[in-house]
Ligand binder design. Structure first.
Ligand SMILES: [Zn+2]
Length: 160
């Protein structure tokens, strides 16, 4: 059977079986081609379901690519931090916040750093002299240093 009803949009005979297809997965600028894929594709809505014989292979290639991308970004983070002469601890305190081992986890590729941190690291890579400004701006800007005051009015409001 080369046609079947689409399980997504319900089009009768919408899904057509394909074989021998190659697909390129791309993650953060890294690419990997996976060949010999077979499965079903809906001609109406574009829904694709790979045959179980090759979906594991496809998922595995995707996972490997994500891991490779994390390692690559980790290497980049480490290179820029060293260029700025910061220890991992200083980099956490000044740039990322978070747990004391946040930077070491980013650099080992265990965790993908937040987009804002990547942008900051790339800016500092390009304009390293801005690190001085970063230090100045960071001083006294830690919100955890602020005290909060609870008002009686708010307490009565929250009881409703
Ligand atoms: Zn469909």
């Amino acid at each position: 059977m080369k046609h079947q009803q689409c399980f997504s949009c319900g089009a009768p005979e919408g899904m057509l079986h394909f074989e021998g297809r190659g697909e390129t997965i791309s993650v953060k600028g890294l690419e990997r081609r996976v060949d010999d894929l077979s499965g079903w594709e809906c001609q109406m809505c574009g829904e694709v379901e790979l045959d179980s014989s090759c979906s594991d292979r496809y998922d595995h290639a995707g996972d490997e690519l994500v891991n490779a991308a994390r390692r690559m970004i980790g290497e980049e983070i480490k290179r820029v931090r060293r260029k700025l002469n910061l220890s991992q601890k200083e980099a956490v305190a000044l740039l990322s916040g978070g747990g004391h081992n946040a930077f070491s986890r980013y650099e080992r590729g265990e965790v993908l750093p937040p987009k804002a941190l990547m942008l900051l690291m790339r800016l500092l890579d390009r304009y390293p002299h801005l690190l001085v400004d970063a230090r100045t701006l960071a001083e006294g800007a830690d919100l955890r240093g602020f005290k909060t005051t609870a008002h009686k009015e708010h307490e009565t409001l929250t009881t409703h």
